[in-house]
Design a protein around this ligand. Structure first.
Ligand code: SF4
Length: 92
């Protein structure tokens, strides 16, 4: 099967009230954080009308891109979801 088909089969369990990715409060996002709006493969990042970058972590594929891209600026708080939550990859 194509990777898109496999991705479609992944189930996602939202750990309500415990988002594993948070954007720290800021007035102006760095270029790195801003780039996540286009870089995140799951489209979790968006820019608000007031110019801040927001994240909605449901649907996150846990690819780690946002963690790597913002590791120097520290604007994103990234934790692995608790066991049983987050993306459940289906193998085979
Ligand atoms: Fe998007 Fe990947 Fe970050 Fe999840 S880990 S929010 S999929 S960039």
């Amino acid at each position: 099967a194509k990777v898109e088909e496999k991705l479609f089969q992944n189930r996602y369990l939202v750990d309500a009230g415990r988002p594993h990715i948070k954007v720290r409060p800021h007035t102006t996002p760095s270029a790195s954080l801003l780039s996540m709006v286009t870089l995140c493969p799951a489209g979790c990042y968006s820019k608000s009308e007031s110019g801040q970058v927001e994240v909605a972590a449901d649907g996150c594929l846990e690819c780690g891109t946002c963690r790597i891209v913002t590791r120097k600026t520290g604007e994103v708080e990234w934790n692995y979801p608790r066991g049983g939550f987050g993306v459940l990859y289906k193998f085979g």
